[in-house]
Design a protein around this ligand. Structure first.
Ligand code: F6R
Length: 614
């Protein structure tokens, strides 16, 4: 949550910081602010509530020709979204400016200490105390990096911080404390950057260094040095990032969400490319560089994630049980951590996270690390914290996902989980060559099947026109379609603000059926599998109560014609791979209903792309 950008170099810093914020706006967008060094090396600070356009309008024609600066786009935790609470925050003398992501959990105690000595606070945020603490150390003679190092242990909670000081114009000091969002340092030509995530740096450089928790980057025009918490210098090698900057722009699409929905055939293709081959059928996961005996010793698998990633993890649980025959469970990472889970070194914990920075998921991974579990991350973001904590990462290979609502990374994560489960099954001898061959062939067909599912777009846009005014929806599915029902409901809630619930269809008659009438459309996933007849009965039960049904069926299945009000036929794929096509109409329906309702599709209210607070 919250986007951070910093720049020092020979180009005018202002436009670079603002443009960086634009790329980070998906992380938080209730206010934004910048601090730039003007030609007298004093700080020029501007802030505005609301979207970045408001800040842009406020600074138009006024940006000083600065050589360095920082910027922030906010997702409020402490203090309402107002100009005063927007970052950067300054110390009382205006010499230090700070941008921050995370929560200073003990800020009230720190604030009281400063107030007792006469300091005045002008915001309601937890962040402002960091500026006071840094200024206190600078007044004692520390330089900015040392001030940061000494300040960090005084802050409870996890955070990412970037600070500048008028005593040292052109210098940015960044710190990562715990697991609250990353800090990445970018190396340009005669210039350096810091950012909360890679997307902001891609137009400028692909040469980057990620900070680990407890590390500090001292960024100057002529170089960057790194410190650990004890003040020892660190050598951190520069990594070359493969992301293509072109992938981070909207192109011909009206919204990133639509663009990302359409990228899914390619995401599926990238997911199988080099991993699956036929004649004979093989799965190659070179990134799973874990000792074979460790993988063979696994007795239990726990999958964790949040939101859409948890829904992928639920599909992953089916795959692990079905193909590797290992008992598997799935948990919401935020609950997992606090229920004192029973874990040991024969438990494999698979964490699914697009960002690799979701704090709930990172805490669950920490719990697993303490218990000595083997850990595999399914992640989309190279260099992110999840990839550092895990013993190995199977990447989603989806490229940057900018829309706040996840779409293509769900496909990327389900493909990665399928490959992982097949790999484990093959290794442990629970998959016959025929089963492996069937799954590999089926997976190689998925990119084109997703392409075919996207051909429903026009029909779904028309459907959205007819259903956009309803205020409640129910999504039903069984087996592998159950997580799709959950995902369909989540997507609709997020982007259109319509109340929606996802249920296992068998659960419907245990309560939710009371809600059914002509005002509550039901989206029923009834693809051709072993559970199809039971799903059909559930649909009949809805119809008997005057419910309206949109059914997702497999092409060629006419059994619901004349029963469901609307039928969408999806391409036939292997039953195990049906979630990969079933998710497409869910995404399109949410998207077009949201567009109809005039919602802010790419940046829905109250949400943030990367959730770095608990
Ligand atoms: C839903 C959505 C969120 C994320 C969740 C986890 O569209 O985007 O529910 O799936 O916040 O994020 P990651 O995968 O980054 O851990």
């Amino acid at each position: 949550m919250c986007g951070i950008i910093g720049y020092t170099g020979r180009r005018p810093a202002g436009p670079i910081v603002i443009e960086g914020l634009r790329r980070l706006e998906y992380r938080g967008y209730d206010s934004a602010g910048i601090a730039l060094f003007d030609s007298d090396h004093e700080l020029y600070v501007a802030k505005a509530t609301g979207k970045l356009d408001n800040l842009d309008a406020r600074v138009e024609g006024q940006l000083p020709p600065a050589v360095a600066g920082i910027g922030h786009t906010r997702w409020a935790t402490h203090g309402a979204p107002t100009d005063g609470n927007a970052h950067p925050h300054l110390d009382p003398t205006g010499r230090v400016a700070v941008v921050h992501n995370g929560i200073v959990e003990n800020f009230e105690a720190l604030r009281r200490r400063f107030e007792a000595q006469g300091d005045r606070f002008i915001s309601d945020t937890d962040t402002e105390v960091i500026a006071h603490l840094l200024a206190e150390r600078l007044a004692l003679g520390d330089d900015l990096a040392e001030a940061m190092r000494v300040t960090i242990p005084l802050l409870e909670g996890a955070q990412a911080i970037v600070a500048v000081s008028v005593d040292d114009p052109g210098r940015l000091v960044a710190a990562r404390v715990g697991n609250a969002g990353g800090i990445v340092v970018g190396y340009g030509d005669g210039e350096h950057f810091v950012a909360s995530d890679l997307a902001a740096l891609l137009p400028h450089t692909r040469r980057v260094v990620f900070l680990d928790p407890g590390q500090i980057a001292d960024v100057r025009l002529d170089g960057v040095s790194y410190l650990d918490a004890a003040g020892h210098a660190l050598e951190k090698p520069i990594e070359l990032q493969p992301f293509d900057p072109v992938a981070a722009v909207k192109g011909r699409y009206k919204h990133f969400m639509l663009k990302e929905i359409h990228e899914q055939p390619d995401v599926a293709l990238d997911g199988v490319r080099g991993r699956y081959s036929t004649d004979p059928a093989r799965i190659e996961l070179p990134e799973l560089a874990i000792d074979r005996t460790r993988l063979e010793r696994i007795q239990r698998v726990v999958l964790v994630g949040m939101g859409t990633s948890m829904h992928s993890a639920t599909v992953g649980r089916h795959y692990i049980e079905r193909f590797a025959r290992i008992p598997a469970e799935v948990d919401n990472a935020a609950e997992f951590r606090y229920r004192e889970p029973v874990l040991d070194d024969r438990t494999l914990v698979i964490s699914v996270a697009q960002s690799g920075e979701t704090v709930d998921t990172l805490w669950a991974m920490e719990e697993a690390r303490r218990a000595g579990c083997l850990q595999v991350a399914i992640c989309n973001t190279p260099g992110s914290q999840a990839t550092r904590v895990a013993d190995a990462t199977v990447f989603m290979r989806a490229g940057p996902e900018i829309a706040v609502a996840s779409t293509k990374t769900m496909v990327g994560s389900m493909v990665a989980l399928h490959a992982l489960a097949l790999h484990l099954g093959h290794l442990r001898g629970t998959l016959t060559p025929d089963q492996l061959s069937e799954q590999v062939t089926g997976a190689l067909h998925i990119p084109s099947a997703i392409g075919d599912a996207l051909l429903l777009e026009e029909a779904i846009e028309e459907l959205a026109g007819r259903y956009a005014e309803y205020e409640d929806f129910l999504f039903l599915g069984r087996g592998l379609a159950y997580p799709m029902a959950l995902e369909g409901a989540l997507k609709l809630k997020e982007v259109s603000y319509i109340h929606a619930e996802g249920y296992a269809a068998g659960e419907m008659k245990h309560g939710p059926i009371a809600l059914i009438d002509e005002h509550m459309p039901v989206v029923a996933v009834a693809l051709d599998d072993d559970l199809h007849d039971k799903m059909r009965s559930n649909i009949e039960q809805v119809k008997a109560r005057r419910g309206r049904v949109i059914a997702l069926v497999t092409e060629g299945d006419t059994s619901l014609d004349g029963v469901a009000d609307d039928v969408l036929a999806l391409p036939r794929v292997l039953p195990a791979l049906q979630p990969l096509v079933a998710v497409i109409p869910m995404q399109l329906l949410s998207y077009y209903i949201a567009v109809r309702r005039g919602a802010d599709v790419d940046q829905p209210r109250n949400l943030a792309k990367t959730v770095t607070v608990e």
